[in-house]
Write a protein that binds this ligand. Structure first.
Ligand code: ADP
Ligand code: AMP
Length: 219
C-alpha cells in the first residue's frame, strides 16, 4: 500500500523544512504545490502566468488549476510508493478532490501532521526566510542560517527572498490560511488521521515528533 502524508500548517510553520527531511527518510517524493507554481512562474508557462497573478497578492490559485497540477504530479511513476504533500490541499474542495485522486491510486491520506506555530513567530520566520533558487531548499537568517551567506548548503545555488515573504503579503497569507485552510484540521480530525505537532520547537525535535507519528501508521 502507498503511504500518503499531508503536512498541514500555516505559512511559515516549517512544512517545507520538515518535508525535505521526512521525504528523504521515508524515500517518497516531496510534492510542494508552491514549488511547482514557482517553477512554472520561472519558466513562464501559461499556468505560471495565471498563478503569479494571485500569488503576488497572497491569495490562493484557483482550485481547478491547482488540483489538475497535483493530479498530474501524483500520477508520475516515482509516486508509486506514496508521497509527502506540502501546501496541498489548502481548501475543503481540494481535500475532497485529493481523496478521489488517491482512491484511483488505491490509496488514501494515511497521516496529517498538523504543525502549529503562534502567529507572531510565523511572521518572523517568513520575513527572515531565504530560499534556494535551484530546488527551493529553505534557510532562516537567524534560526537556520546557511554556512555561507546567500548560498544554499545543499546545492550551492543562490539564496533569495521570496516576493510574497514581504510583511504585507505574509499578513494576507496568514489571513487566507485562517479563512480557507483551517477547516481542514477538523476534516482530517474526523477522518482520524490528524496528529498535532508543536512547530515552535527546534527543527530536529519537530522532525523526531513527525517520525514518531509515521511509525504508528498501519498501512
Ligand atoms: P512553510 O513551508 O511551512 O512555509 P518553511 O519550512 O519554509 O515553512 O519555514 C519557514 C522559515 O522558518 C524558514 O526560514 C525556516 O528555515 C524556518 N524554520 C522552519 N522550521 C523552524 C523551526 N522549527 N524553528 C525555527 N525556524 C524554523
Ligand atoms: P507556499 O510555497 O506553500 O507558501 O505557496 C505559495 C503560494 O502559492 C500561496 O500563497 C498560494 O498563492 C499558492 N499556492 C500554493 N499551494 C496552493 C494550493 N494548494 N492552493 C492554492 N494556491 C496555492
Amino acid at each position: 500500500m502507498p503511504l500518503y502524508i499531508v503536512l498541514l500548517g500555516p505559512p511559515g510553520a516549517g512544512k517545507g523544512t520538515q518535508a525535505q527531511r521526512i521525504a528523504q527518510a521515508m524515500n517518497i517524493p516531496h510534492i510542494s504545490s508552491g514549488d511547482i507554481f514557482r517553477e512554472n512562474i520561472k519558466n513562464k508557462t501559461d499556468l505560471g502566468v495565471q498563478a503569479n497573478r494571485v500569488i503576488v497578492k497572497g491569495e490562493l490559485v484557483p482550485d481547478d488549476l491547482t488540483i489538475a497540477m497535483i493530479k498530474d504530479r501524483l500520477s508520475k511513476a516515482d509516486c508509486q510508493p506514496g508521497a509527502l504533500l506540502d501546501g496541498f490541499p489548502r481548501t475543503p474542495f481540494q481535500a475532497e478532490a485529493l481523496a478521489k485522486i488517491l482512491t484511483e491510486f488505491r490509496g488514501k491520506v494515511n497521516l496529517v501532521p498538523y504543525i502549529n506555530v503562534p502567529e507572531q513567530l510565523l511572521i518572523e520566520r517568513l520575513t527572515g526566510r531565504w530560499t534556494c533558487r535551484a530546488q527551493g531548499h529553505v534557510f532562516h537568517e537567524k534560526f537556520n542560517p546557511p554556512r555561507q551567506a546567500g548560498r544554499c548548503d545543499i546545492d550551492g545555488s543562490e539564496l533569495y527572498q521570496r516576493d510574497d515573504d514581504k510583511v504585507e503579503t505574509v499578513t494576507k497569507r496568514i489571513k487566507v490560511y485562517l479563512q480557507q485552510t483551517l477547516p481542514l484540521i477538523e476534516y482530517y480530525q474526523r477522518m482520524g488521521v490528524l496528529v498535532n505537532i508543536d512547530g515552535s520547537q527546534e527543527i530536529d525535535q519537530v522532525t523526531a515528533n513527525i517520525m514518531t507519528a509515521i511509525e504508528k501508521v498501519n498501512l
